[in-house]
Design a protein around this ligand. Structure first.
Ligand code: SF4
Ligand code: SF4
Length: 407
């Protein structure tokens, strides 16, 4: 059907509050019908742990109630924007009901049909994504390098110029946060890969992985960013896309799987364990002048969206580093409360969730909590700072760079 006609029909349906679904969306939505109303998911949802049913009816309501009513998605507004998409409900569900996917689907329908219900706090990010293709306003190159150099200096790490070259085996994809807000992560990844002697390149014009657009519900921008990513991987000819962000890893891997791309997507820690080799990596790490105790916060987007094995990898690597004492959290994959843009939508609840994680971390009395995700890092860092905690939050890749370079 011609685009104009389709738009006209969609307009009429919108007025009548009738929602069109693409076949793959229909397939996702139908999965909620498997819900048997057992309530197991209610016991693991981090929002319910904080709200105690006060104003949130939980994952069961997303599945059982919505599957039994007409598709009045706007009635689910308060539920879907509170969900962190942590995936704990799906993990425990014997019917494997994909709540995070259903939540993203409902958000996309709200965005299309009832834009006035999309939280106003998403506006700035929405504008950045549409103006720059990035979740945060980019700095000019000179300011970015200056900021990166300053942060590396504080960490005691050297600065390496960017590598942009054709036909590299690895395309390093830093993601919006490491590109603009936390450049020490991007620079540390370069340092780690340089030490490993791997053939990598950066992109001269990085765009977002599309996760923030998916979370806002802006599927058109998400589609555009995904197309841009696939074209860039093809033009570089890379075999592996390496990331240092849990959200980018899960999102880009899903895009790759959907289009059967002939490349792989891995978090740097997966690349080290699966491709480079743990023993080989261990030989690169010198004895360090300082002993340090450390624990791991494993992000939802790795632990559940990619797989539990990523948490095992992250722990394995920490345990083999010289002069590092690893102390395990009872549950390393708890939700930090920032996912699903909850930190923007409802900072109070987001802070309540991370407070519980901080209590667990403080019981261990460690020097550092490390996490392979910039979003979790900011959330943990702010909460630890507020508590005036002695434990410092560090990005996982930055921690590896510090141990490799004796910093
Ligand atoms: S979503 Fe799964 S765990 Fe939750 S009530 Fe339904 S069947 Fe039970
Ligand atoms: S994905 Fe997480 S926050 Fe969302 S409903 Fe499920 S358990 Fe709750």
């Amino acid at each position: 059907m011609p685009e104009k006609e389709l738009e006209h029909i969609e307009g009429i349906l919108r007025e009548e509050d009738i929602i069109l679904m693409r076949p793959e969306e229909e397939e996702t939505y139908k999965k909620v019908e498997a819900c048997q109303n057992c309530g197991l998911c209610l016991a693991v949802c981090p929002i319910l742990e904080v709200l105690q049913h006060e104003s949130y009816s939980g994952p069961r309501s997303i599945t059982s109630e919505l599957s039994r009513t007409v598709r009045e998605f706007w009635k689910a507004k308060d539920v879907v924007y509170l969900c962190t998409l942590c995936g704990r409900c799906q993990e425990i569900c014997s019917k494997n009901v994909p709540v995070p996917k259903v939540v993203s689907l409902i958000r996309s329908k709200l965005f299309k049909q009832r834009k006035e219900l999309v939280p106003a706090n998403f506006q700035a990010m929405l504008e950045n994504l549409s103006n720059y293709g990035l979740a945060f306003e980019p700095m000019d190159e000179e300011a970015r390098v200056e900021s990166a150099r300053g942060r590396l200096e504080i960490l005691g790490l050297p600065y390496l110029p960017d590598k942009v070259k054709p036909n590299a085996e690895i395309l390093y994809f830093p993601g919006c946060q490491a590109e603009n807000l936390l450049p020490e992560i991007r620079e540390s990844a370069k340092l780690v890969m340089e030490k490993m002697g791997v053939d990598y390149t950066l992109l001269p014009d990085l765009k977002c992985c599309s996760l923030p657009s998916i979370l806002i519900g802006d599927s058109e921008t998400a589609d555009r960013l995904q197309k841009d990513f696939l074209e860039k991987v093809k033009s570089v000819g890379a075999k592996i896309v390496v990331t240092t962000c849990a959200g980018c890893t899960a999102t880009l891997a899903e895009i790759k799987n959907r289009c059967s791309g002939d490349f792989e997507v891995k978090h740097l820690l997966e690349y080290i364990l699966e491709d480079f080799g743990k023993e080989k990596f261990g030989k690169l790490v010198p004895n360090h002048p300082e002993n340090v105790s450390v624990t791991l916060h494993s992000p939802c987007h790795l632990d559940r969206h990619v797989g539990k094995y990523t948490t095992d990898y992250a722990e394995e690597l920490l345990k083999m580093l010289p002069q590092v004492e690893f102390k395990r959290l009872e549950e390393p994959g708890r939700c930090c409360g920032a996912g699903g843009l909850l930190n923007l939508y409802n900072p109070r609840i987001s802070r309540e969730i991370v407070r519980k994680e901080i209590e667990e971390i403080q019981k261990l009395n460690v020097h550092n909590v490390v996490t392979p995700c910039p979003l979790c890092l900011v959330q943990l860092d702010q909460a630890l700072f507020k508590k005036r905690s002695k434990t410092q939050a560090l990005d996982y890749t930055v921690f590896l760079a510090k141990r490799l370079y004796g910093a």
